[in-house]
Design a binder for this molecule. Structure first.
Ligand code: FES
Length: 176
């Protein structure tokens, strides 16, 4: 795979990334740093962005693609508005995290790493949040939810969705 001539949209996200790349040019091996920034700007790293990075850093696209797919903190797919991150560490595993993951996958209709069709939730897993005393634990965005059971887990997800729907309806009403 080689980087090829590409029309880059003239938008602020690409401009911001280009500025960052310009400033990183003299840093040895800037690729990972640039990809981190690109992911921060775009939320994920679609091929179009990888082409751009490859072209700007004068690297083969295969090299950029290889790095993106090697590290699990880089994403090629868009993520949802909310990240559900279930701990699969030892303490949580012992306290039934494997049942919770099944419930999460069923409720959201996606596997770990997936994003719901409405892009509301992305399901992810981690290894210990340092809250083992609350096992099993999940983080919903920045918030820790502990002592989970299947019913409680489903309720947390449905409550957040319902709250978002109410907020969206309120905004719609105001606009009318
Ligand atoms: S093992 Fe789950 S929070 Fe530590």
């Amino acid at each position: 795979m080689e980087a090829q001539a590409l029309h880059i949209p003239d938008n602020v996200q690409y401009q911001e990334l280009k500025k960052f790349i310009e400033a990183s040019r003299d840093v040895p091996g800037p690729l990972i740093q640039v990809l981190h920034r690109a992911q921060k700007i775009f939320g994920y790293l679609p091929l179009e962005v990888q082409h751009f990075v490859a072209r700007e850093l004068d690297l083969p696209l295969s090299k950029v693609f290889g790095v993106v797919t090697f590290y699990n903190f880089f994403r090629m797919d868009p993520i949802g508005d909310h990240i559900v991150n279930l701990c699969l560490g030892t303490a949580c595993h012992v306290k039934g995290a494997s049942d919770i993951i099944k419930v999460l996958e069923k409720e959201l209709g996606v596997k770990v790493g997936g994003t719901t069709a409405d892009r509301f939730y992305t399901l992810s897993t981690a290894r210990c949040f340092g809250a083992c005393g609350l096992a099993p634990v999940m983080m919903l965005d920045e918030e820790v939810h502990g002592r989970l059971n299947p019913q409680k887990t489903v309720k947390i997800l449905r409550d957040l969705k319902a709250e978002a729907q109410r907020a969206a309806e309120a905004i719609n009403k105001e606009e009318k």
